[in-house]
Design a protein around this ligand. Structure first.
Ligand code: B12
Ligand code: SF4
Length: 486
């Protein structure tokens, strides 16, 4: 099977991230890498950095003339990918269209039911599945034999059919490095600021999964709670490859929880120090499995910036709703350690949790106020992703209609595309004006961000009187803040 993998024009991520869209998407590159390792012909077209539009992508597909076309879907970029799939299918009905990625894994059934252009959806990890699909294809593509391939979904007699879950890959070490050498890496010009200089940066993932179970998060389902990590030796080899081959001076660890296992994190940091790797790192951590000693070791290994989820100022919301059993005292302590050790950090906050009261939401603002001089702050409004506990709650509480489909633009569902993409927003307790106040108090009040440049996007996303009402409500809060605050 000859395979053509397409990185879509917006990259792995949605349009609104375009200005940061400079990191290679690892998922599709892992697929390319296993195909290449197994001597199967593969090409990756990076239409994001090559700035290829649909017509040019179609031409590329015609030129390479593969048997199968593969794309990766996230919930946020799903509509762009669906449109592209439709175009490709119309042009090349004989080619096998395969999709994978977090949205395929979490909303595969919905997608295969509604998006006819898709021939096969890969649910979960794709490395072994794609090889089995290739073997099936090369053995004559007998449709009756497809059932044997675990972890795929397709339509049979017009109905979606799932072959059953594919067991996770237990030992990740034998996997090849993601095939960055197949894309124009010099055009992925992601840079990271260190000591006033912009350093050349790229990405790496050293583990899959997260042992925790935050209510809004797909990871426990997509990757599982049983975390699988590459051995420190294997991670260091990949770091060195990124440094020597692509000139990386900074590496962003894409692990969901870099410090999920203290012992392993220590071993990895010690090996990086011992081998004098000499590059800087960015990593996402959980603060309840952090210690001063571990942070110091991470700093010595080159960790320059960490991020962690605080999610809410109210301990009740954080513990009982989000299931993040972290106290405010632990938050302050982690912030102090980070600051003392000279590690830069950002704390993530989310507003509008289920059952969160106005007073509790304001606790988040107070907590932000207390730590904002020591760490960066990132705020967002809660969004609903498929397959999460939050999605179930939203359905049970009629915040998502019973017949809701992820595959169509559903105007009954609240979204705020100009701020956070075309994904349903979780709006239960607060009015639009309150949501505006929560989000803008920090971003406009403290960070002095101007919203003027959002106006074209806002205008584009107004389709009804209700849309107009919600943006006006938020806009009024913005102007009030601008007029009455310094
Ligand atoms: C790094 C990252 C980012 C980076 C992306 C940079 C980049 N260019 O890659 C940044 C910071 C920009 C980002 C932004 C956001 N992200 Co993000 N991100 C991640 C993270 C941590 C790692 C992604 C990754 O590389 N994974 C590793 C690869 C190997 O996994 P994979 O892509 O799933 O691929 C495997 C399979 O899915 C499958 N597969 C994938 N594609 C294909 C294609 C084919 C043909 C086949 C056969 C198989 C296949 O095989 C692969 C190998 O096994 C993931 C969490 C995670 N652990 O994956 C979240 C994640 C993807 N992000 C998520 C979210 C919600 C966001 C944001 C919306 C956050 C926000 N509030 O703004 C934004 C917007 C993203 C968007 N989709 O538009 C969600 C997506 C949920 C969903 N249903 O789509 C995830 C899963 C995190 C989470 N648990 O909530 N993100
Ligand atoms: S700790 Fe992070 S990755 Fe793990 S479940 Fe919570 S939000 Fe998801």
């Amino acid at each position: 099977m000859k395979t053509h993998l397409i990185i879509p024009p917006s990259g792995y991520i949605a349009q609104r991230w375009k200005e940061h869209n400079t990191m290679p998407p690892l998922g599709i590159l892992f697929i390319a890498a296993v195909l290449e390792k197994n001597n199967l012909p593969v090409r990756v077209t990076a239409s994001d950095v090559l700035q290829l539009k649909e017509n040019a992508i179609v031409q590329e597909i015609r030129d390479y003339n593969a048997d199968a076309i593969g794309l990766s879907i996230t919930t946020e970029n799903r509509f762009e990918i669906f449109k592209l799939l439709k175009t490709i299918k119309a042009e090349f009905p004989e080619k096998l269209l395969i999709v994978g990625g977090p949205h395929a894994t979490m909303a595969g059934l919905d997608m295969v039911t509604h998006i006819e252009a898709i021939d096969l959806a890969v649910i979960g990890e794709g490395e072994r599945t794609i090889l089995e699909i290739a073997a099936w294809h090369d053995a004559g593509a007998d449709l009756r034999e497809l059932d044997r391939i675990k972890g795929i979904m397709f339509r049979r007699d017009g109905q979606p059919f799932f072959t059953g879950p594919r067991p996770m890959i237990e030992d990740l070490d034998p996997l090849p490095f993601p095939a960055k050498h197949l894309i124009p890496m010099e055009q992925y010009d992601f840079k990271w600021p260190v000591d006033g200089q912009l350093l050349r940066a790229t990405n790496i993932i050293s583990s899959r999964g997260c042992p925790f179970n935050c209510n809004f998060c797909p990871t426990p389902t997509t990757w599982g709670r049983q975390v699988r990590g590459y051995s420190p030796r294997r991670v260091v080899d990949e770091i060195r490859w990124n440094r020597d081959r692509f000139g990386a001076e900074v590496l962003w660890f894409f692990d969901d929880t870099f410090n999920y296992n203290i012992r392993r994190t220590e071993d990895l940091c010690r090996l990086i120090i011992k081998e004098k790797i000499g590059i800087r790192f960015v990593a996402e951590v959980r603060i309840d499995v952090l210690s001063h000693d571990l942070l110091a070791l991470m700093r010595d290994a080159g960790v320059h910036y960490i991020s962690f989820g605080v999610e809410a100022g109210s301990e009740r919301v954080r513990r009982d709703i989000v299931h993040k059993n972290i106290s405010n005292a632990q938050v302050y302590q982690a912030v102090d350690w980070t600051h003392q050790l000279g590690i830069k950090a950002t704390a993530f906050f989310i507003f509008s949790h289920p059952t969160e009261t106005w007073a509790e939401a304001r606790e988040s603002l107070s907590l932000i106020d207390r730590i904002k001089d020591k760490v960066d702050i990132t705020v967002s409004i809660l969004h609903i992703y498929p397959g999460t506990e939050l999605e179930t709650y939203a359905k049970e509480n009629k915040l998502l209609p019973a017949d809701f489909s992820w595959s169509t633009h559903d105007r009954r569902v609240e979204t705020l595309p100009a701020a956070q993409g075309d994904v349903p927003l979780f709006k239960e307790q607060f009015t639009w004006a309150q949501i505006g106040e929560l989000i803008l108090t920090w971003s406009v009040g403290a960070k002095k961000i101007s919203l003027w440049k959002k106006i074209p996007e806002v205008l584009r996303s107004i389709h009804s009187l209700h849309d107009l009402y919600k943006y006006l409500s938020i806009g009024m809060v913005y102007f009030r803040m601008k007029l009455f605050r310094k």
